[in-house]
Write a protein that binds this ligand. Structure first.
Ligand SMILES: *[C@@H]1O[C@H](CO)[C@@H](O)[C@H](O)[C@H]1NC(C)=O
Ligand SMILES: *[C@@H]1O[C@H](CO)[C@@H](O)[C@H](O)[C@H]1NC(C)=O
Length: 193
């Protein structure tokens, strides 16, 4: 009797452990920061956990073909949680070589008009407050109005970053997830908003 309880507990613990492991595999991806383009927010060699589920999208067009008597007015990909927002630090597939992944900050979301004048970013003619910046640089860019599904990303180290100013915008399908936590080195441990 004693022994059977013990065995059952072991099996339960193993199953729960396996479930948690699978859940983490589905929800989180690890990422190592390579360059200094996100300094000082992220430094080269930092290890990140990236939340893949936060931007989960539902294809309502496909759903409409499965659910009887329901057709979406306008088939589209709908975000279940939140959509990618201005200010979010994201990891994405580089549009010009999707084998490579980069980390940058979203500056413009669909519908926004982005302009940069002497390093100062404005969105829809309003100056963007960027407290996370150490170096603003002196780039000029745009104005550019982002189409539906188009995102404009910049590195926080504006003078040491190759980003949307150089290679253009990216679409939502390139976005892998939102940077959630810096977990290594320990001294840099912290959650990103
Ligand atoms: C650009 O901004 C810098 C400060 O960041 C300022 O010193 C410089 O005078 C500005 N240049 C122009 C052309 O406005
Ligand atoms: C920005 O990037 C350049 C080039 O990689 C680097 O030399 C510089 O130290 C970085 N700036 C900051 C504030 O980290």
């Amino acid at each position: 009797m004693e022994q059977r309880n013990w065995l059952r507990e072991l099996v339960e613990a193993t199953l729960i452990g396996a479930l948690v492991f699978v859940a983490i595999q589905v929800a989180v991806v690890n990422f190592r920061v390579e360059g200094s383009s996100m300094n000082p927010t992220l430094m080269p060699g930092h290890y990140l956990m990236v939340n893949k589920l936060v931007y989960f999208q539902l294809d309502t067009g496909r759903l409409g073909r499965i659910i009887p008597f329901w057709r979406p007015a306008e088939p589209r990909n709908a975000y279940l949680g939140r959509s990618p927002h201005r200010g979010d630090v994201i990891v994405f597939d580089y549009p010009r070589d999707t084998e490579r992944q980069f980390v940058k900050r979203i500056i413009g979301a669909p519908g926004d008009t982005v302009a940069i004048a002497n390093g100062s970013v404005s969105i829809n003619d309003e100056r963007l407050d960027e407290p996370y910046l150490k170096v603003r640089g002196n780039t000029d860019y745009g104005p550019l109005t982002l189409a539906r599904d188009e995102y404009f990303v910049l590195g926080d180290n504006r003078t040491g970053s190759q980003d949307s100013r150089d290679w253009g915008t990216l679409t939502a399908d390139h976005i892998i997830g939102k940077v959630w936590v810096v977990y290594w080195p320990q001294s840099a441990w912290g959650l990103l908003r």
